[in-house]
Design a protein around this ligand. Structure first.
Ligand code: AMP
Ligand code: ZN
Length: 664
């Protein structure tokens, strides 16, 4: 037998053993036999580097070190999920679905694995890359680390689509987690807090051989791509299993919300016997065509819903209340608690949100309180145990002055939060604004982190984000933990931010209530900062989805001399303060004032592209037909009830070609 063939056979054989052991949990040979084969393969590969294969089972032990993880944009955004907590919530969800879908709807119930989400890209049966969820639009490439996780196939089995993405969750099973902690404690190291954080921290380790030592697993739940040859979520799970992925068996196909609820109730108890942690159930509309019809909100798919298991509760004592000042000057009261174990973590603090919340709970220092932790990271105080309230207890007085700068706080009518109005002199506001400016979704300045920003502000080098652009290497070198290289990276990162698109700059400058989506809308409408600066509140309110609150806040921002000066400086430094010519060329006002509903399957362009075309040309996309709808773009397989509704309301139907003609 040729060496090449020998190597290939060993690789195939070891792959199969890995699959049996890690995916099917059903080992056929023992560890010793496996190790002998692996060693033989290793030796052969060493002697014959000409047969190198980056997906060889020998490379599972890791070794590659990643210093900086590449940012990769997801081919399809990784959305979040809407949450439900009761049977009523689920029924409401079904009602919303039934408005958009005709006929029977089937659901797939899956467990919601509690770990770190991951997107794997396969091409020609081989793992090409693995990317973390990041902010949903783009994440970090962590391929070298993911390759060390044995349940991730490096080479697929059977028949597979040429190219696709598969999404799942990297989890750390509880046994493995406990074992890691035993070892850490034995070595005098601090124990890890919980499996979920440890799993997600593992993905960003620089040394992949460290990752290889951790007993991580990858559980898959979603296939995306073109021509996958499946018509439903359930089929796609089966296809994933056939290709060699680990897809938990719990997934169940049902045809009513009552059956969904049975699944939920069953697993609420049974989940405690699972080897890994789950924090709920994810319910998905099974039919992929239905999924497509339902589409997405700005945050989550309409065709999926998470059901959160009832959170665990504990009671503990409230020691003190402290007050934090955010970048907008908003004050957040925080409860400092007697540390207590809750759902695997030690809880010491909980958010109290605002003065109303304190009033409502009538929460007082030295009270015994009930704390709850759902999926979210920050625990919540649910109630006070009044029977244990000390007799001398005093009602909580909300602070009247900023804890950082002593300025008298203000509360704008209709708003829950108090604010410190000392915009230019309150340290956490200054630091917070610069931190927001450099953050990932804003200017994404690499080489500059939140702590360095504090140092820059404290040292007087920066008092406003425009100051970043004047920094020199010599100025930043003396800062704590700075070295020549990191100083250079910082300067280069700041320089690179001059290429960031206008809409993100508009988000970055930190106008209150102007989040990412609003910034996009404003950028698109006004096209450059000058036009926006000149806009009156009435003018702004005419922009789609901009209300009084936002309009006033924008006007307010640009009425400040300081802000105008800052913007002027940004402009001088070369930051993008207008839409790029290229983007402008693709946008028109042709569909201004018109509302479209897109339904069915299309031939020439995808539904997503259609929607983008509508928006780029000034139109609006809505998901259901109403009296406000101007046109329905009807593709193949459009539901009969939609057609009926359009007819009844006298809304005209356009074919795909009609629509494309209009835009020509
Ligand atoms: P959340 O982060 O609470 O908005 O929930 C969304 C996350 O749930 C996704 O990003 C996934 O990482 C995770 N998840 C866990 N299990 C599943 C599942 N079976 N289907 C979809 N998402 C899941
Ligand atoms: Zn202040």
């Amino acid at each position: 037998m040729s060496v090449k063939k020998q190597i290939q056979d060993l690789r195939d054989e070891l792959r199969e053993h890995n699959y049996n052991y890690y995916v099917l949990d059903n080992a056929i040979i023992n560890d010793y036999e496996f190790d002998v084969k692996l060693k033989t393969l290793q030796e052969l590969e060493e002697k014959h580097p000409e047969y190198f294969d980056e997906n060889s089972p020998t490379l599972r032990v890791g070794g590659a070190v990643t210093k900086n993880f590449n940012t990769v944009v997801h081919a399809q955004r990784m959305y979040s999920l809407d949450n439900s907590y009761s049977l009523e919530d689920l029924k409401d969800w079904e009602t919303r679905i039934k408005k958009l879908i005709d006929g029977e709807v089937e659901y797939v119930c899956e467990l919601k694995y509690d770990g770190a989400s991951i997107s794997l890209t396969y091409e020609n049966g081989k793992l090409l890359r693995a990317v973390t969820r990041g902010d949903g639009v783009q994440g970090d490439e962590v391929t070298a680390n993911i390759k060390t996780i044995k349940s991730v196939p490096l080479q697929l089995k059977g028949e597979y689509p040429l190219k696709f993405d598969i999404r799942g969750e990297i989890v750390l099973p509880i046994d493995g987690f406990n074992k890691m902690n035993e070892e850490r404690l034995a070595n005098g190291e601090e124990a890890y807090r919980n499996p979920r954080n440890t799993a997600s921290g593992s993905l960003k380790l620089q040394d992949s051989s460290e990752v290889a030592k951790r007993p991580l697993e990858c559980l898959l739940y979603n296939l995306t791509g073109n021509n996958l040859g499946v018509n439903s979520q359930f089929e796609s799970l089966e296809l994933a299993r056939k290709m060699g992925f680990k897809v938990p068996k719990a997934a169940k196909l049902v045809n009513s919300i009552d059956a969904v609820f049975e699944f939920v109730n069953y697993w609420d108890k049974a989940r405690h016997d699972l080897p890994y942690e789950t924090d709920g159930v994810v319910i998905k509309v099974n039919n992929l065509f239905h999924q497509d019809e339902l589409g997405f909100t700005s945050k989550a798919p309409r065709w999926a819903m998470a059901y959160k298991f009832k959170a665990e509760q504990v009671s503990t004592k409230l020691n003190t209340i402290s007050y934090q000042v955010g970048r907008t000057g908003a004050i957040t009261p925080v409860a400092n608690l007697e540390p207590v174990e809750l759902a695997g973590t030690t809880v010491k603090r909980a958010s109290l949100h605002n003065a109303d919340q304190i009033e409502k709970l009538d929460i007082r220092i030295n009270d015994t309180v009930f704390v709850e932790k759902g999926g979210e990271i920050i625990p919540k105080i649910i109630a006070v145990n009044l029977s244990q309230r000390p007799l001398d207890s005093q009602k909580t007085e909300y602070i009247k002055h900023c804890p950082e700068c002593e300025t008298a706080l203000v509360r704008i009518e209709g708003e829950a939060k108090h604010y410190c109005p000392n915009y230019n002199g309150c340290n956490p506001q200054i630091v917070g604004r610069v931190q927001h400016y450099i953050s990932r979704k804003a200017m994404d300045i690499e080489g500059l982190g939140g702590e360095t920003v504090s140092l820059l502000v404290d040292s007087g080098l920066v008092s406003n984000y425009a100051d970043l652009y004047r920094l020199t290497k010599d100025q930043v070198m003396p800062l704590e933990r700075m070295a020549e290289k990191s100083a250079e990276n910082l300067i280069a990162g700041v320089e690179a931010s001059k290429k960031i698109a206008f809409e993100r700059v508009l988000f970055a400058v930190g106008i209150r209530f102007v989040g990412e989506t609003v910034a996009k809308k404003l950028a698109k409408h006004y096209k450059n900062i000058n036009a926006l600066m000149m806009a009156s509140a009435e003018d702004l309110e005419k922009v789609d989805e901009i209300g009084v609150r936002i309009a006033e806040s924008v006007v307010d921002f640009f009425s400040s001399e300081e802000n105008i000066e800052t913007i002027k400086r940004l402009k001088e430094f070369g930051v993008q303060l207008e839409i790029s010519a290229e983007k402008l060329a693709n946008q028109t006002d042709k569909l201004k004032g018109q509302v479209f509903v897109v339904s069915g399957v299309f031939e020439k362009v995808s539904r997503t592209e259609l929607k983008k075309m509508i928006e780029d040309n000034g139109g609006k996309v809505s998901s259901s037909i109403s009296a406000k709808t101007s046109f329905v773009i009807a593709g193949d397989k459009m539901g009969p009830s939609k057609k009926e509704k359009a007819d009844k309301l006298g809304v005209s139907l356009l074919s795909e070609d009609d629509f494309l003609d209009i835009l020509k």
